[in-house]
Design a protein around this ligand. Structure first.
Ligand SMILES: [Zn+2]
Length: 446
C-alpha cells in the first residue's frame, strides 16, 4: 500500500519532472522552527502543516536546511532564514526580521499558516519548477472578505451536511473549530482511509488507515467541539439524500467533478464548495437557490480530461468505465481487479477510491501520463487552505457578504479579493439547463 511519504513524493516528482526516489530525497529536508512565546500557537499550527510534507524540528542541534523564525526572536542556526510574523491586519514572510506584532483572529491565523508553509516549502525544496513564492510575501486579511463581526457570532449548523471526509473536509473542520458553532453536522463519505491519506488529512495518522473516512474524521475531530456533534454516515451522498430528504446546506469537499455534478442533481438549498487542483490552485464556489447564476454542475462541467482519466483507471485496473464512475470499489469490482493481481485478497480494496488503488497498483509510469497525473494528491497546506477558505465562504454567505460565486486562489501566492467572479450559467449545463430545475428550486427553497 502507498504511504503518506510516497504520496508526497509522487506529487513532487510530477511537478518537478523527477523520478519518484529523487523527489523523495528532496522531501527529506528539515526545517528548524524557532518562535517567540506570543507566536508559539501559530508556530505549532504552521509546523503541523509542514511536517506532513517535510521534516520539522524545534531542536537547533539538528542539521537543517532552512530556519523559520516565527515572531520576534533571534535565529538559532546558520541555516537560511525566513521570518514569519502576524498581527490583526495580516501576516508576512520575509528574508529580513520585521515589525508585525499582534494577535490575529484564529481563523485568519490558520489561513496565514498555510501561506507561511508554502513559503517555507518553496525555500526548502528550492527548485525553479515549483510554483514560485515571491518574497516578501504579505497576506492582507481584508482580502478574505469576511466581516470582522462575523467571527464572533454563533452559528447553528443543523441542516448542513459535510459531503466527503477527505483532506479538504479535514481542513474545513479544523478551521471550523475557530468559530462558535453548535448543532449537528452529518459527515457523509462511503470510502475508507487509504495509506497515502495521512499526508494531508490533518486529523489522521497511520493507525487510521483502513477505517471508514467519515467515522475517522468525526471521531478524531469531535474533541475540538463542545456544542457541535459530528455524525458520521458511511454511504454515498445520493443514498443519504434519498433517505433523509433535501439538504438545506451542502458543504462539498468531494474529490471528483462527476461527484459534484451528482450532488448538484439532489438540489441542495445552498452549496458551499471547495476543491484543489493538485498543488496549483484552490477553487471556492457557493450559491443559494433559487439561483440564476452558475450551479455546481456549471462550474464542474464534464471535460475531456475527466473521461481520459476514468478510462486510464478502467484500463489500468481491468474494470468497466461505469464501475470507475461509481467512484469507490464495490465487492464485484474488487473481484474483477483481483484477476490481474494474483495472490492478493480483493476484500482489502472494497470501499477504497479508484484513484487510490490506481496509484497503488499502477505506480510511477501510469502517473507520468496526463491522465494519471490527475489522481495525484496535494500537499497538506493546500488542502488546509481550501478547507479554511470554505469556512470563510460559509461566513460570507451567512452574513450576506457574498455577491460573487467563484474564487480561484493560488496557494503559493496570497488570496486576492478582486479576482472573485460572478459566473453565469452555461447554456448546456447538465443540471440547470433543464427547464424543470428552476420550478423545483422555487418550490423547495423559494
Ligand atoms: Zn448549471
Amino acid at each position: 500500500m502507498i504511504n503518506a511519504a510516497q504520496e508526497n513524493a509522487r506529487m513532487l516528482a510530477s511537478i518537478l519532472g523527477l523520478a519518484e526516489d529523487e523527489a523523495a530525497a528532496r522531501l527529506e529536508q528539515t526545517i528548524l522552527v524557532t518562535s517567540d512565546a506570543q507566536c508559539a500557537g501559530w508556530a505549532r499550527e504552521i509546523s503541523e502543516l509542514l511536517e506532513r510534507t517535510v521534516n520539522v524540528t524545534f531542536d537547533p542541534a539538528v542539521n537543517t536546511q532552512v530556519e523559520l523564525i516565527v515572531g520576534d526572536v533571534q535565529p538559532r542556526s546558520n541555516s537560511r532564514c525566513l521570518y514569519a510574523s502576524i498581527d490583526e491586519q495580516g501576516a508576512s514572510v520575509t528574508t529580513q526580521p520585521q515589525k508585525r506584532k499582534g494577535d490575529a483572529p484564529p481563523l485568519f491565523a490558520a489561513i496565514a499558516a498555510a501561506s507561511v508553509a508554502a513559503a517555507a516549502l518553496a525555500a526548502v525544496i528550492d527548485d525553479p519548477a515549483l510554483p514560485s513564492v515571491s518574497l516578501p510575501h504579505a497576506l492582507d486579511f481584508n482580502q478574505l472578505g469576511v466581516p470582522m463581526a462575523a467571527l464572533d457570532r454563533q452559528y447553528d449548523l443543523s441542516g448542513s451536511v459535510l459531503i466527503g471526509a477527505g483532506a479538504v473536509a479535514h481542513g474545513f473542520v479544523r478551521a471550523l473549530r475557530h468559530l462558535r458553532v453548535l448543532g449537528e453536522l452529518p459527515i457523509v463519505d462511503p470510502k475508507t482511509v487509504g495509506g497515502g491519506n495521512p499526508n494531508r488529512c490533518l486529523y489522521l495518522d497511520e493507525t487510521d488507515v483502513g477505517k471508514n473516512k467519515s467515522q475517522a474524521l468525526a471521531q478524531r475531530a469531535q474533541k475540538d467541539f463542545d456544542q457541535l456533534r459530528l455524525l458520521p454516515f458511511v454511504e454515498e451522498y445520493r443514498s443519504y439524500a434519498k433517505r433523509v430528504g433535501p439538504t438545506r446546506t451542502a458543504i462539498v469537499t468531494v474529490d471528483s467533478r462527476r461527484a459534484r455534478r451528482s450532488i448538484q442533481s439532489e438540489l441542495p438549498g445552498r452549496v458551499l464548495d471547495a476543491s484543489t487542483t493538485d498543488i496549483q490552485a484552490v477553487i471556492v464556489h457557493s450559491h443559494k437557490q433559487p439561483n440564476p447564476h452558475a450551479c455546481l454542475a456549471c462550474i464542474y462541467k464534464h471535460i475531456p480530461d475527466e473521461f481520459a482519466r476514468e478510462q486510464a483507471i478502467a484500463e489500468g485496473l481491468g474494470v468497466s468505465l461505469d464501475m470507475v464512475r461509481e467512484a469507490f470499489i464495490t465487492p464485484e469490482a474488487a473481484s474483477l481487479i483481483s484477476r490481474h493481481q494474483p495472490g492478493r485478497d480483493p476484500q482489502q480494496w472494497v470501499g477504497m477510491a479508484y484513484d487510490s488503488l490506481f496509484k497503488q497498483l499502477c505506480g510511477e509510469q501510469a502517473l507520468r501520463t496526463p491522465e494519471g497525473k490527475q489522481v495525484l494528491a496535494p500537499f497538506a497546506f493546500v488542502s488546509m487552505l481550501a478547507g479554511a477558505l470554505l469556512v470563510c465562504e460559509f461566513l460570507r454567505s451567512e452574513n450576506s457578504a457574498a455577491s460573487t460565486n467563484y474564487w480561484a486562489v493560488n496557494p503559493w501566492g496570497t488570496p486576492i479579493s478582486r479576482v472573485r467572479r460572478l459566473r453565469g450559467r452555461i447554456s448546456d449545463c447538465e443540471f440547470c439547463s433543464r427547464p424543470e430545475v428552476d420550478a423545483a428550486a422555487l418550490e423547495l427553497w423559494g
